[in-house]
Design a protein around this ligand. Structure first.
Ligand code: 2HG
Ligand code: ZN
Length: 464
């Protein structure tokens, strides 16, 4: 018997109103995320359209022992939404309702399948601001953002997705619906279970609805693109600008990253000067005094020999244009494909980390092109290793694993994390112990057993 047919038959028989697909293109598209190291092979994709349907399908899955892989916009980079072993993918594509906007609470309540950019637009239309922002915001879904505690470029000022979640409805592995925190600002009534589900990567339950806090609209801002002389200067420039400006973003990338983004998007080089390193930073600039401060800081950093060149935006259009140099990088190298490392250390440890990591890369993989960029103001580095054209995917993967071993050992020594914002998923799961202690992992496994006793949620992801 075809096991795919078998699983689909269970769904059709036990959940009569549920939309089920076993069409090959749907299985392929919904069985993977943006990682490209696994062949998708789900048995079926189901499309619930309400929380009630999610509760019902989880009860069926728990009874029949069917593994479920939750799937949002599938823009993840750690294989958290990959279904490669006959699982059933639970897609939230039909749960896209905006349920409430409340101007007094300054919140919006949405179903899990609502796209991030929709929440941003809704906030804007109401004179408010949803600050979680990243390149895939046009297709990533709120449920997935919460399941990975998505970060992005505005964490420096506004925090992570976690900081925006005021309420959460989740379906546990028993098929119960939990209504967590209900949008309350203050709630000192014991364990805040909401936070267990944030960053749980679909291993504890299925997020079906969220109430999100909105922020005040941002002040007028400007963007500086700077060319730096060395990694040593990076945090000095950060420190100096932050001392007198309200920064909402502080990102960096190398000349290799610039090369790829310019080539892929036919962008001109930003300066005549070639610089080893670039910084893009956005800051509040509401008046002339702020503008003077920026110029004074720019001159100071140049005099110290930290800067080689720089340009400041003059209008909104230039702000968008300058951001393209940073936001287009990931996409511009996606075809190689790259092996991604999403590392973080305490901000004060960034200089030491970058210097030691650079030394390590030169020693262990001088034959690979390594592209560096990231949210360095948050201590978050995206180190992408590009597959050479003449190396097979398998050989590249095994070399990348060796590089990861050494990279994560160094990250552990410095007290950092092997995943800052992309999640552990499937790709980083073998190294969870580099960033969480044995005792922590044991507690995490026990917590999972409480919420998901049948072990149906996203097996093989996050936890060993
Ligand atoms: C970014 O910051 C995304 O651009 C993607 O988190 C990072 O491509 C990456 O490694
Ligand atoms: Zn990022």
């Amino acid at each position: 018997m075809n096991p795919k047919m078998d699983v689909a038959a269970i769904w059709k028989q036990k959940c009569p109103g549920l939309m089920v697909s076993t069409e090959a293109p749907i299985l392929e598209s919904h069985g993977q995320d943006w990682t490209r190291f696994t062949t998708p092979a789900p048995a079926a994709v189901v499309f619930p359209d309400s929380s009630e349907q999610v509760c019902a399908l989880v009860q069926v899955a728990a009874g029949a022992g069917l593994a479920l892989v939750p799937s949002g916009g599938r823009t993840g980079l750690s294989g958290g939404a990959v279904a490669a072993h006959g699982e059933t993918v639970v897609s939230f594509d039909r749960m896209r309702k905006v349920l409430d906007f409340n101007s007094i609470d300054r919140s919006v309540t949405v179903e899990a399948g609502v796209v991030t950019a929709t929440v941003q637009a809704l906030a804007r239309q109401n004179g408010l601001y949803y600050p979680v922002s990243f390149a895939s915001e046009g297709s990533s879904q709120i449920g997935g953002n919460i399941a990975t505690n998505a970060g992005g470029i505005r964490v420096l000022k506004y925090g992570l997705t976690r900081d925006r979640v005021a309420g959460l409805k989740v379906v546990t592995g028993r098929g119960e619906l939990l209504d967590l925190n209900r949008g309350l600002v203050k709630n000192a009534s014991g364990y805040d279970l909401r936070h267990l589900f944030i960053a749980s990567e679909g291993t504890l339950g299925l997020i079906v609805e969220a109430t999100l806090n909105l922020a005040s609209p941002p002040l007028p801002s400007k963007v500086l693109l700077l060319g730096l002389e060395s990694m040593d200067s990076l945090m000095k420039v950060f420190d100096s600008l932050r001392a007198s400006l309200e920064l909402s973003a502080f990102e960096f990338f190398t000349d290799r990253a610039l090369h790829h983004v310019c080539r892929a998007n036919a962008l001109p080089a930003p300066f005549d000067t070639t610089c080893p390193l670039y910084v893009i930073t956005e800051f509040d600039c509401p008046d002339e005094q702020a503008e003077e401060t920026v110029m004074e800081r720019f001159e100071y950093c140049s005099e110290q020999g930290w800067l080689l060149d720089g340009v400041i935006s003059q209008n909104e259009r230039q702000i968008r244009e300058l951001w393209r140099y940073r936001e287009g990088i990931s996409e511009s190298i996606s075809h190689f494909p790259p092996y991604k490392n999403d590392l973080s250390v305490r901000v004060s440890a960034v200089p030491e980390f970058l210097q030691r990591l650079d030394g390590l890369m030169q020693k262990i993989c001088p034959d690979f092109e390594v592209v560096w960029y990231g949210h360095i103001g948050d201590g978050n580095l995206h180190m992408n290793i590009l597959k050479p054209v003449d190396l097979s995917l398998d050989d590249f993967e095994s070399r990348s694993h060796e590089i990861s071993e050494r990279t994560y050992a160094l990250t552990e020594q410095i007290g950092g994390s092997i995943s800052a914002e992309h999640g552990i998923g499937m790709l980083k799961q073998p190294w969870l112990g580099r960033t969480r202690s044995g005792a922590e992992i044991k507690f995490m496994q026990q917590i999972k057993a409480v919420f998901d006793p049948a072990g149906i949620f996203n097996p093989g992801k996050l936890l060993p």
